[in-house]
Design a protein around this ligand. Structure first.
Ligand code: PMP
Length: 440
């Protein structure tokens, strides 16, 4: 109700009273949100905001088919996996049909964090080993287990450092690595990882990696890296896990799952975010061998994981991706956007790299000497927000623009984003030149 609209200051005061500051707010000027639809959000002043950042709303904010599925199932039956009901059967069949035949068991939970936590438990149970190999700058979840395996958390502000059972290996980032070709970079990084694996003498339960490292700054893994590393992990008795929480469900355009980009098949996949288009659902998908080891007498039960409402919503998300051909759309729009961003890179020295796939892109912002330009990345993000376009920033230096919109994001929206980026960069660079001339 607009007449009862409270000022931002008033709402922020109420927020600080009950909500900890450990929870962050986006943008210098936080946004009071009111509604959302497809790739748009609307603030309480009625402004339309283009969402180029929210990769949870995979098939668009409040997609009517997903909303309808939630309403319909919730009004009919909500229960848990201790009963037999169609939604669980139908959704698990549809979801597993998206995977190769060896990935044929699914465990439903309520978040990406719960999925990665369960993945760790299953890997340790199956292998009888304790160590976990992780990529630097990776993020896998907010539980204790999640933090333990997330270099992005344990190695940053507030983190308590690496636990003894964790092995961290460099993120195989091609940009800025000093090698001429991707294959050289790939060989360099995989050699380091392989040496670490050999040194562990068979103690590694699992290797976990995101196919494009989101919190690392949208970093695709050097092309042959996983193909080199997976066999070594398996040879010493461990399993390979792909964290598809950010990149999965067709966003990459060229592939439905991130691991497919690298011609490997993991032993376990973790899913979350886009799976329920905002409804809290996550999953672990794995092989029957690993699932069998886990069936060791201890029941696995989740009060909400796999309930009919979540399954109904998850199935609607898959149906919309398929019927609206959103993967092909992500390919088309993402290719256009990446080309346009690459053209900006030729025009502005501040853009060091444009990377990613489909509608999962990263733009690395640098100073003239090539070092990260965190301040400029923040200026760009906040200026776009002032112009009603949402993007995010991430990476170890928070200097990478993150673009991962709902998949309804279209060519017109992309052109608008590019146009605003140009205006902001022109303005910022002019101001910089002015400052430099003044100094002279
Ligand atoms: N893995 C990755 C790659 C993620 O990006 C996230 C969430 N940012 C998670 C796991 C955890 O998911 P959730 O926030 O649903 O617990």
């Amino acid at each position: 109700n607009e007449t009862e609209k409270q000022t931002l200051e008033h709402q922020l005061n109420r927020r600080t009273k009950n909500i900890s500051n450990a929870l962050s707010l986006s943008y210098t000027e936080p946004i009071q949100m009111s509604r959302s639809a497809f790739q748009f959000m609307y603030d309480t002043d009625g402004n339309t905001i283009l969402d180029a950042y929210n990769n949870i709303m995979q098939v668009g904010h409040c997609h009517p088919r997903v909303v309808e599925a939630g309403q319909r199932t919730m009004a009919r039956l909500n229960t848990n996996t201790r009963y037999v009901y169609e939604e669980l059967l139908s959704y698990s069949e549809k979801l597993l049909s998206k995977f190769p035949s060896q990935l044929n068991k699914v465990f439903f939970v309520n978040s990406g964090s719960a999925a990665s936590d369960l993945a760790m438990r299953m890997a340790k149970t199956h292998t009888n080993k304790k160590k976990v190999m992780v990529l630097e700058h990776g993020y896998h979840g907010n539980t204790q287990n999640g933090i333990d395996i997330s270099h992005y958390k344990y190695n940053h502000k507030g983190g308590k450092g690496k636990m003894e059972h964790i092995l961290q290996t460099p993120m195989p980032k091609v940009y800025g690595c000093g090698f001429e070709s991707e294959s050289e970079a790939s060989a360099h990084y995989s050699d380091i990882t392989k040496k670490q694996i050999a040194d562990e003498e068979g103690n590694i339960a699992a290797f976990i990696a995101e196919p494009i490292v989101g919190c690392g700054g949208q970093v695709p893994l050097a092309q042959n890296y996983l193909k080199e590393v997976y066999p070594k992990i398996r040879a010493q008795g461990g399993i390979c896990i792909s964290d598809e929480v950010q990149v999965g469900f067709g966003r990459l355009g060229s592939h439905f799952w991130g691991y497919e980009m690298y011609n490997v098949v993991p032993d376990m996949v973790i899913l979350g975010k886009p799976m329920g288009n905002g409804h809290p659902i996550g999953a672990v998908v794995t092989t029957s061998e690993i699932a069998e080891s886990f069936d060791n007498g201890m029941e696995f039960f989740s009060s909400f994981g796999g309930n009919p409402v979540s399954c109904g919503i998850g199935e609607a998300v898959l149906d919309v991706i398929e019927e609206d051909r959103l993967q092909a759309h992500a390919f088309e729009v993402g290719s256009y956007l990446k080309d346009e961003l690459s053209a900006l890179k030729e025009r502005y020295k501040a853009i060091g790299d444009v990377r990613g796939s489909g509608l999962f892109l990263g733009v690395e912002i640098i100073r003239p000497n090539g070092s990260p330009d965190t301040a400029l990345a923040q200026t760009i993000k906040n200026s776009l927000r002032e112009n009603y376009i949402l993007i995010s920033t991430d990476g170890p230096y928070d200097n990478v623009l993150k673009i991962k919109p709902p998949l309804y994001f279209n060519l017109t929206n992309s052109a608008e984003l590019i146009n605003q980026l140009k205006i902001i960069l022109d303005k910022t660079i002019k101001i910089d030149n002015f400052k430099q001339n003044k100094k002279k």
